[in-house]
Design a binder for this molecule. Structure first.
Ligand SMILES: Nc1ncnc2c1ncn2[C@@H]1O[C@H](COP(=O)(O)OP(=O)(O)OP(=O)(O)O)[C@@H](O)[C@H]1O
Ligand SMILES: [Mg+2]
Length: 541
């Protein structure tokens, strides 16, 4: 117990302060007390001296007057018995002279208090016959004072220590011990012993002090902690449940997503197939659009071919008859014959030319209707030839559909452009689409303008130019133009402003592919609504 008491740091700290502070006050109070004692002793001495003066001066003066030395000695002995008076001398004064009459006691006192009084005789108080000198030894006073000082100090100190120890003990019992217990409890408090309550209320103390409040607070904290832990456990349990649920959900969703993905992939495949089909259909449709134009186009040369062939055959029959009678013919008739022969030769040339025309048309038609795959096989091509071919092709196709369609055509070809290595069917497809788009726009604008009774002259300008290792082809029409907001979209697949059945919106997207991917070129568009539309193609030489 005592050992524990001295282990308690708070008790030791209190003990230290109590000892220092009470020691200081004990010392001060002892000093005050000793000083008071000292003053008392001094006044006692003063009183004894007064007592000697009052009690002995008359009888000593008497004895001195009568020179009764024995009597004086008796009186001096009596005075010397008084406390602390250790020396006395009597000085006689006769006719103005003084002389030592008698002295007794210790003369050499180091610390002394000297007191003198005169001896008078008779009624005349001015008759001084001698003087008494008394020495009081102050050493005794000091010794007593010192002894008292130590006694008081020691008793006070002992008292202080005793009181301090008792206070320490009380503090240990009422505070430190409880704090240690509370501390140990707080250290121990955890998940395992959360049910254990802190019981620490000294039964004989009725009033609630700060420590009791601390115990109450700790118990409250324990209850809160318990509730918190319970809630946490519940939450964790719930979280575990959620997690399991979530995992199930994720698995389910993943499966659903996978299913959806598969579905999407399948749909994508279907869309791709549909797209391929649409491309093929678009080609067929444009071919359909062109068929009537082509028919008309082929019809003309065929008419020529047929007419010239008939005339040639007729001329040939005539010639045959004439050749039979060749020798009978006159000079003029021979000349006519030669002329006819020349005509036949001219006509056969015409037949060949128009036959070639029909052949070319059929060729380009065949090229256009080739498989939907972009061919990518390149050959040396005259860009102007292919431009002309497709311009004619598109124009006649349009003319066949929209009778009376006219266009002011301006061609500005740079003849220095060399043969280019191009994929002919693909490039043809690009130009055909560009010309068809331009003519369509011009036709629609003409229709609109004729509604407004406005004069509008459709124009198409085709220019080629060689510059910086590039061939630039510009196709510009003064048709409807393209809205600013839509211009970004024209190269997107399926973007079309044409009514259903008239366009698929794949023309420019295919053209973009052909120019950029197959020919490493560039295609761009400039336009202002209702003013013009210009497509610019750049191809590397
Ligand atoms: N010269 C032009 N003038 C005005 N608009 C144009 C011109 N060229 C293209 N466009 C616009 O761009 C759209 C897309 O053209 P694209 O050639 O890709 O498809 P389309 O012509 O509509 O259909 P398809 O080419 O399959 O017949 C057209 O519908 C039209 O709105
Ligand atoms: Mg088009």
């Amino acid at each position: 117990m005592i050992k524990q008491l001295f282990k308690s740091k708070i008790s030791l700290m209190l003990l230290k302060f109590i000892v220092i502070i009470s020691g200081f006050f004990t010392f001060i109070s002892t000093l005050v007390q000793v000083y008071i004692d000292y003053r008392t002793d001094l006044s006692t001495i003063q009183r004894s001296i007064t007592q000697v003066k009052d009690g002995y001066s008359h009888s000593i003066a008497n004895s001195l007057w009568h020179l009764d030395t024995e009597q004086i000695k008796v009186q001096i002995e009596g005075i010397l018995r008084l406390r602390d008076i250790e020396y006395i001398k009597i000085i006689e004064r006769k006719r103005g002279k003084t002389s030592l009459f008698i002295e007794k006691g210790e003369k050499n006192i180091t610390r002394k208090l000297e007191s003198r009084f005169n001896l008078r005789y008779g009624k005349n108080t001015n008759n001084i016959i001698g003087e008494v000198v008394i020495h009081v030894n102050l050493d005794h006073v000091y010794e007593r004072i010192l002894d008292r000082f130590f006694i008081i100090l020691i008793t006070q100190m002992v008292k202080t220590f005793l009181v301090s120890f008792i206070i320490l003990f009380i503090i240990y019992i009422t505070v430190a011990k409880r704090i240690i217990k509370i501390g140990n409890y707080a250290k121990r408090l955890g998940h395992q012993n959360i049910e254990e309550e802190l019981i620490d209320t000294p039964p004989n103390i009725s009033t609630v002090n700060e420590l009791d409040e601390l115990v109450l607070s700790l118990n409250l904290m324990r209850t809160n902690l318990k509730n918190y832990l319970n809630n946490r456990d519940e939450a964790e349990e719930q979280l575990r449940e959620y997690k399991t649920h979530l995992e199930d959900l994720v698995m389910k969703r993943t499966k659903q997503l996978n299913d959806k993905n598969e579905l999407l992939e399948q749909k994508l495949r279907e869309i791709n197939t549909m797209q391929d089909q649409m491309i093929a259909q678009e080609k067929l449709a444009s071919l359909g659009n062109l068929t009537s134009g082509i028919a008309h186009e082929i019809n003309n040369p065929l008419n020529f071919v047929i007419n010239f062939a008939q005339i040639s055959s007729h001329s040939a029959t005539e010639l045959k008859a004439k050749i039979e009678k060749l020798n009978q013919l006159s000079q003029d008739e021979k000349a006519v014959l030669e002329k006819e022969l020349e005509d036949i030769s001219t006509m056969t040339k015409e037949i060949t030319t128009h036959g070639r025309r029909a052949e070319n048309i059929i060729k380009s038609m065949l090229e256009h209707s080739r498989s939907s795959e972009l061919s990518q096989e390149k050959e040396s091509i005259d860009i102007h030839e292919i431009l002309e071919e497709n311009l004619n092709f598109a124009f006649h196709a349009m003319r066949a559909k929209y009778r009376g369609f006219h266009v002011n055509l301006t061609k500005d070809f740079d003849q220095s452009i060399p043969q280019l290595m191009l994929s002919k069917p693909d490039i043809a497809r690009v130009f055909l689409n560009l010309f068809s788009n331009a003519f369509y726009s011009l036709i629609k604008k003409s229709e609109n303008k004729s509604d407004d009774n406005n004069d509008f002259m459709p124009e198409l300008i085709v220019t080629t130019e060689k510059k910086n290792g590039l061939v630039t082809i510009k196709i510009k029409d003064n048709g409807l133009g393209i809205d600013k907001e839509l211009i970004e979209e024209v190269f997107n697949p399926f973007f079309t402003t044409k009514p259903a059945g008239e366009g698929t919106g794949l023309g420019l997207s295919l053209s973009y592919d052909i120019i950029t991917n197959i020919h490493s070129g560039n295609i761009a568009v400039n336009s202002e609504i209702d003013q013009y539309c210009e497509f610019i193609i750049q191809l590397p030489i």
